[in-house]
Design a protein around this ligand. Structure first.
Ligand SMILES: [Zn+2]
Ligand SMILES: [Zn+2]
Length: 760
């Protein structure tokens, strides 16, 4: 007896070697039929004896290709034709359908082996790739994902590549970026606007420059990186000077995990993340006494390392005596601008930063930064979601309308949704420059095109002045579609729910802690206990309001925040307190006047700002040069063996007062208590206070689930101790796994809230 089945597979199933796998399984199971890509996924027709057909289906279900992400696998009965063999049919496209697109994938072990094999025809070829690895998202112009619609369109395949590309049993069957030294992209090295060398010579020239302490701009997967010797303090200092990046840490690259282990502690989970196909920068705890310049990451206990994720990076990192084993690989940009990704743009924008350029002629279609992650409780925990992750969709717990959610202002990402997919954009950045705004606009246009999404409604932050909100407002007017404005911390809460696949309309306790977010009362919120769900929220507790002198500008001067908080709590500005030691009388008088007259001192309940104040008060960080610095440095000095805790005063209304806290900190400073102990007591105190409030809310409401979201939760000490404490007390904890806990995740929450609210 012959049976026939049709199978339809959705998810990331194109450009990942799905059809060759199907072909192989069909041959192994001795079934006939066909497989083809459609604009919505992969369609398969199989026929054979019931046992063989079953065998085929179970193979495909159990072991799809490693890079595929199967979201649905639907099998239906059909009539046998019958077919004589199994074939791969031409793609079929429907202009309105869409499928998820694979992110860029780090070089696979097979390609790496071939590249270093002198007998291979791609020996030392920097653009080697296959169906299991290489560029995807960064080279796609449109769908379906086929070579003419990628930035490889201009390269004609040579007969050998063509033979591999058309052979279903080859690892490069339909590998769209397939290339070789004969027919593919090539390297060159240039400076002073002139090409100095090409191919292997260009690589060697770049290596020589790096070795002698120069800074080289290297065109990578999603943009230009600045590469230089990470072991040479002079070079690191020079890079800092040129980048005008006073203290923000630089990312590092090493040849393999063994090199990284010389400098950092690397757990099994961290090693797995470093070597994963996503290959992000992983923040690792520094080993004591290592010989790397402090200027790489001043004031930090961790270093951000990544492994070479493209063949070009491998060639650049190749070990050789006298060549640095660690390179700095930082974004090619001036401080917070978007990373340069087009050749002419790079020549212009990076002219003052780089001594030379290692370039190639494969165009980058979409700018993408390196992703940054760390490992918490053995889970990857993203800080910046970009290369390797975007545009992988987050699966939503429900079908939603086509929505564009534009995110926030800091660490912007946007989200376009369709069906139950949320296509979260790659990291766009700080929306305070024209360049970033352009990158945001063109990113939205690109996502709308490649995922065939025409938004029915728009969602944005409640803040009246955000550039992203202005954009959404303009489009909603121009297109006559609804705009839903969403409170920042509500978006955080919903982002955490959606990240955890939260289906129900059951309420949770949201601990939404960050630096800044516009409140429904116009104040700057950031230390919020919300009870809510996708539909709405109640603010059940928060830190009491304190004046923020200079508004958001105060963030760069934590000492001013410390001073303002002391004064509002009725505490003296004593000269022996670290923030006042180096400050002139004139400056303090000016601040005093500002506070008295309440000139630009908006009230804030931000926990991020409380971290800043304590950090400055104990003299850890009084002025900052990047976001979150004071809090990061306060966490860095924490003495993990300290179990004592400061007390927070909680009013009957559950408002959290900080006078008592500051009094204890000031007392300890006077008693010369080490900062590590003060930091620990502060962290432990927060922990106890969080438990007390959650317990009180549970008593009143019966809610047993707590969601942790907001930038403050990038603090690993606070996160792990909170998870532990609340779990012990019988709470279910939701925290972030797929999108960052910082503002890079809020577009996901905005999407779910806008969907639910529009259904009313
Ligand atoms: Zn490969
Ligand atoms: Zn070729």
């Amino acid at each position: 007896m012959i049976v026939a089945k049709k199978i339809f597979v959705r998810g990331i199933v194109q450009g990942v070697g799905f059809r060759p796998k199907v072909f192989t399984y069909a041959k192994e199971s001795q079934v006939n039929g066909w497989v083809k890509n459609t604009s919505a996924g992969v369609e398969i027709m199989v026929e054979g004896t019931p046992a063989r057909v079953e065998k085929f289906i179970s193979k495909l279900r159990v072991s799809p290709p490693p890079l595929a992400k199967v979201d649905s696998f639907v099998v239906s009965e059909t009539l046998p034709i019958p077919y004589k063999d199994f074939t791969i049919l031409e793609s079929q496209s429907d202009p309105l359908e869409f499928i998820p697109i694979s992110p860029d994938i780090a070089i696979c072990p097979e390609c790496k082996k071939e590249m270093f094999n002198p007998k291979d025809r791609r020996y030392r070829y920097p653009f080697i790739n296959c169906t299991n690895c290489g560029p995807r998202f960064s080279i796609i112009r449109d769908i379906p994902y086929d070579r003419p619609l990628t930035s490889m369109a201009g390269f004609d395949m040579c007969p050998e590549c063509k033979a591999e590309y058309t052979n279903p049993e080859n690892r490069r069957f339909h590998a769209q970026p397939i290339a070789c030294p004969t027919c593919g992209p090539q390297l060159w090295y240039e400076y002073d606007g002139k090409v100095q060398s090409r191919k292997e010579d260009a690589l060697q020239m770049a290596r020589k420059e790096i070795k002698t302490g120069r800074i080289v701009a290297v065109k990578g997967l999603g943009g230009y990186l600045l590469a230089c010797d990470g072991t040479n303090p002079k070079t690191v200092y020079e890079l800092r000077k040129r980048k005008n990046r006073v203290q923000k840490p630089f990312a590092l690259m090493a040849w393999d995990v063994e090199v990284i282990k010389k400098y950092c502690q690397v757990s099994k989970a961290e090693e797995a993340l470093l070597s994963s196909p996503q290959s992000p920068i992983v923040l690792l705890v520094k080993k004591p006494g290592i010989k790397l310049p402090d200027a790489i990451a001043p004031g930090q206990t961790s270093l951000g390392f990544m492994l070479p994720y493209t063949p070009l990076h491998l060639l650049l990192m190749e070990p050789e005596s006298g060549y640095p084993n660690v390179l700095i690989m930082t974004s090619g940009n001036q401080s917070e601008e978007p990373i340069a990704y087009q050749d002419d743009e790079a020549r212009e924008r990076l002219a003052s930063l780089a001594d030379g350029f290692l370039m190639h002629n494969r165009p980058i279609e979409m700018r993408t930064d390196d992703s940054v992650s760390r490992v918490v409780e053995n889970h990857p925990y993203l800080i910046r979601r970009a290369r390797g992750f975007a545009p992988n969709p987050v699966q939503l717990p429900t079908q939603v309308l086509p929505i564009l959610a534009v995110g926030g202002e800091m660490k912007n990402t946007f989200c376009l949704s369709r069906d139950n997919y949320a296509f979260m954009s790659h990291h766009i950045g700080e929306m305070d420059s024209q360049e970033t705004f352009q990158s945001f606009e063109s990113g939205i246009e690109h996502f709308e095109k490649i995922f065939r999404i025409n938004p029915h409604l728009f969602a944005c932050d409640l803040h009246p002045d955000y550039l992203s909100s202005n954009y959404a407002r303009k489009r909603s007017c121009a297109e006559n579609k609804e705009l839903i404005q969403i409170q920042h911390h509500h978006a955080h809460l919903a982002a955490c729910l959606a990240d955890n696949g939260w289906k129900s309309d059951e309420q949770v306790i949201g601990l939404c802690f960050d630096g800044t977010g516009y409140g429904t009362d116009g104040a700057i919120w950031g230390g919020e206990f919300l009870v809510g769900n996708y539909a709405g929220f109640n603010r059940v507790s928060h830190f009491s309001y304190l004046p923020l002198p200079g508004g958001d500008a105060a963030i760069q001067h934590p000492w001013r925040i410390a001073a303002a908080y002391l004064q509002s709590s009725g505490l003296e500005w004593e000269n022996d307190l670290p923030p006042f030691k180096g400050i002139s009388l004139q400056e303090t008088q000016l601040l005093e006047k500002q506070l008295q007259k309440k000139i630009n001192t908006p009230p804030t309940s931000s926990l991020g700002r409380l971290f800043d104040a304590v950090s400055a008060l104990v003299g850890v960080c009084e002025n900052t040069s990047y976001e979150g610095q004071a809090a990061i440095e306060l966490e860095a000095v924490l003495d993990p063996n300290e179990t004592g805790a400061y007390e927070f005063e909680i009013a009957p209304s559950r408002e959290i007062e900080i006078k008592k806290l500051l009094t204890q900190v000031v007392r300890d400073i006077h008693e010369n208590v080490p900062v590590g102990k003060i930091s620990a007591h502060f962290h432990n105190g927060l922990n106890n206070m969080i438990s007390t409030i959650c317990e009180s809310v549970r008593k009143e409401s019966g809610i047993k689930t707590v969601a942790l979201s907001g930038g403050v939760w990038q603090n690993r000490s606070l996160l792990t101790s909170t998870i532990k404490a609340l779990t012990n007390e019988g709470f279910q904890i939701l925290w972030h796994h797929q999108v960052p806990t910082n503002d890079g995740g809020i577009a996901l929450g905005q999407t779910m809230i806008a969907h639910v609210q529009s259904q009313r």
